[in-house]
Design a protein around this ligand. Structure first.
Ligand code: B12
Ligand code: SF4
Ligand code: SF4
Length: 309
């Protein structure tokens, strides 16, 4: 049987800041997710409605799944780096460095490879956003934190700055972690701080009202007025609800260098990116999460932020 302590130690050596292990099972309260979809709160993110049964049961991702190892990587950094923090426009922190999908996938691939060398029949599926898998839900089950009222995972050790990835295995592990409990209490700082009302109720987010959705995911030609007037400089993602959380008193700077702010991010913060060519953008931002919106999307967002600045 695989040894939990050894797995955790190795995952930490490979770059994880926090690790937990849980058993797979069907997701509790699947109705919440289904209701959210039925109400159309996913907007253009139609991929969320595909493979619904798989998203609600990891055994459909890996038949005979026995364990889920969840890692969290801390990406926090202050605005005091060498690169401009006086830009006109704001980029969400998770997008300052190299795309975390690559970093976390690489870590989990290495871990899987090492586990396989001791257990040749081991099968493992890696999930970092791309699989139909609920990253925050499983991270809570594995004890990394809890889903706060802004719906993201909050950690008592790291605050709100963890990015998540999971490895589903067909092997038992000798110890499983207890889920973390909710520590939000009476606080509702995140809900009150959301400028667009996207957090329309505690633990409920309507993506179609969220700045992060409009500036990253939407392919719409223009940003609607009810979002533009609230951008306040945000042109890629939004960190408002996760920044105001009191559990950020535990935040500390990242240790994985891939999260260090890339110089190109300055081009977006000062607006100079609008003059860059398509090929220049592709080249400069190839490793960056900003490539998800594309140059067209970033220009659209800057136009919208400009209108109201
Ligand atoms: C789609 C998506 C988005 C969408 C929708 C966000 C959302 N909250 O669902 C948009 C584009 C808006 C978005 C934004 C962001 N995202 Co995003 N996103 C995802 C993605 C791909 C899927 C999430 C999902 O399934 N949403 C569907 C909804 C229905 O699920 P849910 O939030 O779990 O909702 C549940 C709760 O509300 C709960 N619920 C309802 N009522 C109640 C009541 C109680 C009491 C409780 C406890 C729960 C509860 O039930 C719902 C259904 O299960 C995940 C990766 C993944 N595959 O999991 C990353 C992910 C959630 N995103 C991430 C990040 C970093 C962000 C941003 C911070 C980026 C930014 N700075 O702009 C913002 C945060 C905005 C916010 N407040 O959530 C990280 C979060 C890490 C963390 N620490 O939690 C993830 C996990 C990616 C990763 N692998 O690290 N994202
Ligand atoms: S990311 Fe911004 S717009 Fe979206 S819920 Fe949080 S505060 Fe509101
Ligand atoms: S700001 Fe308050 S309510 Fe929101 S997640 Fe943090 S502790 Fe919970």
């Amino acid at each position: 049987m695989l040894n939990a302590d050894r797995i955790k130690e190795r995952a930490r050596q490979l770059g994880a800041d926090t690790v937990g292990i849980t058993r797979p099972a069907a997701v509790d309260n699947p109705d919440r997710f289904i209701r959210w979809l039925v109400k159309g709160m996913h907007g253009e993110m139609t991929y969320l409605s595909r493979h619904l049964e798989t998203r609600l049961d990891p055994n459909r991702i890996l038949p005979d799944a026995k364990s889920i190892i969840v890692v969290g990587l801390n990406y926090f950094q202050d605005n005091d780096g060498t690169i401009s923090d006086k830009g006109k426009y704001k980029v969400a922190r998770y997008a300052w460095g190299v795309d975390y999908h690559r970093t976390i996938r690489k870590l989990l691939k290495r871990l899987r490879q090492e586990l396989r060398s001791n257990a040749p029949d081991l099968k493992g599926r890696i999930c970092v956003d791309t699989a139909p898998f609920m990253d925050k839900y499983w991270a809570e089950k594995a004890g990394l934190g809890w889903q706060g009222k802004h719906t993201n995972l909050v950690s008592r050790q790291w605050g709100n700055w963890l990015l998540l990835g999971s490895l589903i295995l067909n092997h038992e592990i000798d110890k499983y972690d207890a889920p973390e409990t909710d520590h939000c209490g009476n606080c509702r700082a995140c809900v009150d701080a959301c400028p667009t009302g996207a957090l329309f109720a505690e633990y409920n987010l309507d993506a179609t009202r969220c700045i992060s959705y409009w500036t990253i995911e939407s392919k719409s030609e223009e940003i609607p007025d009810f979002i533009s007037i609230n951008l306040n400089g945000w042109v890629f993602g939004c960190d408002i609800c996760i920044s105001v959380c009191p559990f950020n008193k535990f935040q500390k700077p990242f240790s994985d260098r891939s999260f260090a702010k890339l110089e190109e991010v300055g081009l977006v913060e000062n607006g100079a990116v609008v003059t860059v060519s398509e090929s220049g953008f592709r080249e400069n931002f190839a490793q960056s999460p900003l490539s998800r919106a594309g140059l067209k999307g970033i220009r659209r967002n800057i136009r919208a932020a400009e209108q109201t600045s």
